[in-house]
Design a protein around this ligand. Structure first.
Ligand code: AKG
Length: 272
């Protein structure tokens, strides 16, 4: 697949809304390989490890969420620097034109959502963490973290599409109706929020400082499958402390390894 680059229209819309939908970002053969991998996930309990990956659902209702999924198969490795979006991340959150230019993935998740599942709304510009902050200044983007949610199944009405509040990455006020994340309040009818429908292979790219979440999956049959890869500056660190295994780092291409471990540990030489 050819390397895709953000256009001036992408920059305009990303700045305005805080997100972009990249249609056909990932080729059907990789989507098929990822779905095969999902079909063969073991039936993990919450908290259970599978090699160097762990099922760690964000809330009681988000469903199966396998963290550090880049460790569970080669198709997940191909997503690290996928040409359908990697230059967008470099541009928006890769510290472009600075002495620390480069990317890092601090979370990567394989997510399966069944009927009834949802993810409460969170983030937003108001009192937002620097980690997920939106910034454009002096001719460069300096976003703290940008996410790629890749659809592995078609996600239409009732399928539990991700919802976003366009423009909320710049909010100066809290959303007065946003509800309580910890209480698991649903965001389905939240004023200002819109669902992002996608075909499998499409990717939603958004700055983490945008208010977002997952609407309720109301369809009874089937499941929503996505991967979520969170990119940020190369000096960042993983959110929960997951480490990439040496075996994974050793088998990656230099480009992929550089994204997972941009700054290898520096130690004095071993004494002879
Ligand atoms: O599952 C979704 O659609 C939303 C995921 C989400 O809120 C997040 O990645 O922070």
């Amino acid at each position: 697949m050819e390397l895709k680059n953000p256009t001036p229209l992408d920059d305009f819309l990303f700045d305005l809304r805080g997100y972009l939908v990249l249609e056909n970002a990932v080729e059907p053969s990789l989507i098929a390989d990822l779905n095969d991998a999902f079909d063969n996930f073991p039936p993990l309990q919450r908290g259970e490890w599978w090699g160097n990956a762990q099922r760690r659902d964000y809330t009681d209702d988000t469903g199966f969420e396998l963290h550090n999924c880049v460790e569970v198969g080669e198709p997940f490795e191909r997503l690290v620097d996928h040409p359908g979006y990697i230059n967008y991340l470099r541009h928006y959150c890769g510290e472009e034109k600075s002495y620390v230019e480069g990317l890092f993935i601090d979370e990567c998740i394989a997510s399966i959502r069944k009927s009834g599942g949802h993810h409460p709304v969170h983030s937003g510009g108001y009192q937002g963490a620097l980690r997920g902050r939106y910034l454009y200044q002096n001719g460069v983007f300096r976003c703290g973290q940008c996410n790629i949610i890749l659809a592995l199944t078609d996600i239409g009405p009732g399928d539990g599409p991700t919802m976003v509040i366009p423009g909320s990455h710049k909010s100066n006020f809290p959303h007065p109706l946003a509800g309580n994340y910890a209480a698991g309040d649903r965001m389905d009818a939240l004023e200002g929020a819109i669902p992002v429908y996608m075909k499998k292979g499409d990717a939603l790219l958004f700055v983490d400082g945008l208010m977002h979440g997952g609407s309720s999956r109301t369809n009874l049959i089937g499941e929503r499958r996505v991967t979520i890869y969170r990119y940020g500056a190369k000096w960042a660190t993983t959110r929960y402390g997951y480490q990439y295994s040496q075996a994974l780092l050793d088998r990656l291409t230099p480009e992929r390894r550089h994204i997972l471990q941009p700054i290898p540990p520096l130690r004095p030489p071993e004494a002879a």
